[in-house]
Design a protein around this ligand. Structure first.
Ligand code: ADP
Length: 534
């Protein structure tokens, strides 16, 4: 019996006891001394008093949840009030979980959402109140519970499930949910979800009226869950659409960049190739004229020859870069591996730039070269990659700036072999984050080709936009990684850029037979007195 009814009965009992007691003790006097009218008035007064007390009790004592069931309209109104505007399965489950906790004292409930997958049904728990383990399960459509719910179209008790022929593994999955009642939800006649109502404290069984209340809530939840699931699907579709649109936009932007870069490349390469060819033609013409007129002296001949050699050198360099890029693109870059040292490689890479550093009053500071472990790699190729980073640091740093190169060993761990981390930090113009990835794409240069001035060391000089892609190709061929960080581009404040290279001490998958004797090995062999060739 509920507290409310108990209090009601107690009040009635109290009042009727008083009436009977007064009637018996005072009855003859009252009846004898009073008129019939007074007696009727007293009786009516007592009735009103009883009515008033009953109404008072009805208001003061909390509502009996089971009385709600006797008034489905109340349940419907309350359900609608609490679930109005809830648009996803999770919040809907919490609201229903709240009602079940309040009305039936159930502290664990939620959905088991069913989704067809091939011939199976994937069952995904969504907790509303308390905890439901989140691991989904895949059940055959012939699973005992699915069959039973589809046929009965009313709730199934967990005790029945325990006694069923369901395989033990599946029973175990249901057991860990801690559910007592499984109420089916149908959409267009198909079982699409289950309202799972948890066991109560002390595993108290549900009374008939309570199961009816669960059935009513399930019926009310059906359209709400349907619209919540549709909204979730729409949201997911929207997200997928947004992701696809973003992908498409990136692809279009990249295609645009690639087209622009391609036409830029044609402009730049024709400029890069034409400049030395024009110079060569000019010098050849000059020499021819001087020879014909017999005016070519030794000094002039030496100067003209020097200029011709320089122009040929530049031509050779540009064509070399194009061929290297073609090899990287075709994944055909051959490495000639030897055991060497990073110090050796960096010396080789920086040596051609020492006079430019002096001319441009740039300070070069190299740290961390002491006691580095030996490195297996293609020495000329690695020197080419680092020389490109040095050339860029010089080109994009104003006179008087600073370039810091630092090296440190990244220790070996379970996932990674021992590696070197080499950083090139400059105090130059910096790079807008939008270009951080793109500058490693071939033919891509920041700014237009109109600002292009061919040089490997002049401030803001530029090449054909192949330097960084080649450096990346070489580093990656060694199993390494290269990237840049910079706060942004600013040709007034010079925020600087920092290029990072991670290089394994030995390229992955290289066996020692493939490693040639490097300069250091030869030096060691020589000093040991072996391998002397004269
Ligand atoms: P390029 O042959 O034109 O030098 P790179 O591939 O070496 O081409 O570099 C691509 C672009 O990256 C350059 O045009 C330049 O805008 C930018 N860049 C590279 N290094 C730096 C740096 N240290 N500071 C600022 N910008 C840089």
């Amino acid at each position: 019996m509920s507290i409310r009814r108990l209090i009601g009965f107690l009040l009635l009992f109290l009042v009727s006891t008083i009436i009977v007691a007064v009637g018996f003790t005072q009855g003859p006097a009252l009846l004898g001394g009073q008129s019939l009218g007074t007696i009727i008035a007293v009786a009516v007064g007592i009735s009103f008093l009883l009515l008033f007390l009953y109404i008072l009790a009805d208001r003061v004592v909390p509502r009996d949840p089971l009385r709600l069931l006797q008034d489905p309209m109340q349940v419907t109104l309350e359900f609608n009030r609490r679930t109005l505007g809830l648009s996803d399965e999770g919040t809907l489950a919490s609201a229903i979980g709240g009602m079940l906790a309040e009305w039936l004292n159930v502290h664990c409930s939620g959905w088991l959402l069913l989704k067809p997958r091939d011939n199976l049904l994937s069952v995904k728990p969504v907790a509303g109140k308390g905890n439901l383990p989140e691991t989904p399960i895949e059940l055959a459509r012939t699973n005992w519970l699915i069959q039973e719910l589809s046929q009965r179209r009313t709730a199934v008790l967990h005790d029945e499930l325990e006694a069923s022929s369901m395989p033990e593994m599946e029973k175990e999955w249901f057991r860990q949910l801690g559910i007592a009642v499984y109420a089916p939800i149908f959409e267009a006649g198909i079982l699409t979800a289950i309202l799972a109502v948890g066991a109560r404290e002390g595993s108290r069984r549900f009374a008939r009226e309570e199961l009816d209340l669960i059935a009513l809530i399930t019926a009310l939840a059906t359209p709400a869950l349907k619209s919540a699931r549709s909204l979730t699907e729409i949201r997911q579709l929207k997200e997928t659409m947004a992701q696809l649109t973003e992908k498409l936009e990136t692809q279009t932007a990249l295609a645009g960049i690639s087209n622009t870069a391609h036409s830029e490349f044609l402009t730049i390469t024709s400029h890069e190739l034409r400049t030395p060819i024009t110079q060569l033609l000019g010098y050849a013409d000059l020499m021819g004229t001087m020879v014909r007129e017999n005016t070519l002296d030794r000094v002039t001949a030496a100067q003209v020859t020097e200029s011709i050699v320089r122009a040929c050198g530049r031509l050779n360099e540009v064509i070399g870069q194009m061929l290297d890029m073609a090899q990287i693109d075709a994944k055909a870059l051959e490495l000639k591996l030897s055991t060497t040292s990073l110090e050796h490689i960096l010396r080789r890479a920086f040596e051609p730039y020492l006079s430019a550093l002096r001319e441009r009053r740039l300070t070069l500071n190299v740290t961390g070269l002491k006691a580095l472990p030996p490195l297996v790699g293609d020495e000329p190729r690695l020197a080419q990659a680092f020389s490109q980073l040095m050339s860029n640091a010089i080109k994009y740093t104003p006179d008087g700036g600073r370039i810091d190169v630092s090296v440190r060993v990244l220790p070996q761990d379970d996932k990674q072999p021992a590696r070197l981390l080499i950083t090139f930090a400059d105090t130059g113009i910096g790079i807008d984050p939008r270009h951080h990835r793109l500058i490693f794409e071939k033919f891509y240069r920041v700014g237009s080709s109109a600002q292009h001035s061919t040089s490997t060391t002049k401030f803001m000089g530029a090449g054909p936009g192949l330097g960084l892609p080649i450096a990346k190709g070489v580093i990656e061929r060694h199993g390494g990684r290269i990237w840049v960080e910079s706060p942004g581009y600013d040709a007034q404040k010079f925020p600087g850029s920092c290029f990072y290279v991670v290089l394994p001490l030995r390229p992955p998958g290289v066996d020692s037979n493939a490693v040639l004797a490097g300069a250091e090995d030869i030096a060691r062999l020589r000093s040991a007195g072996t391998g002397r060739s004269g």
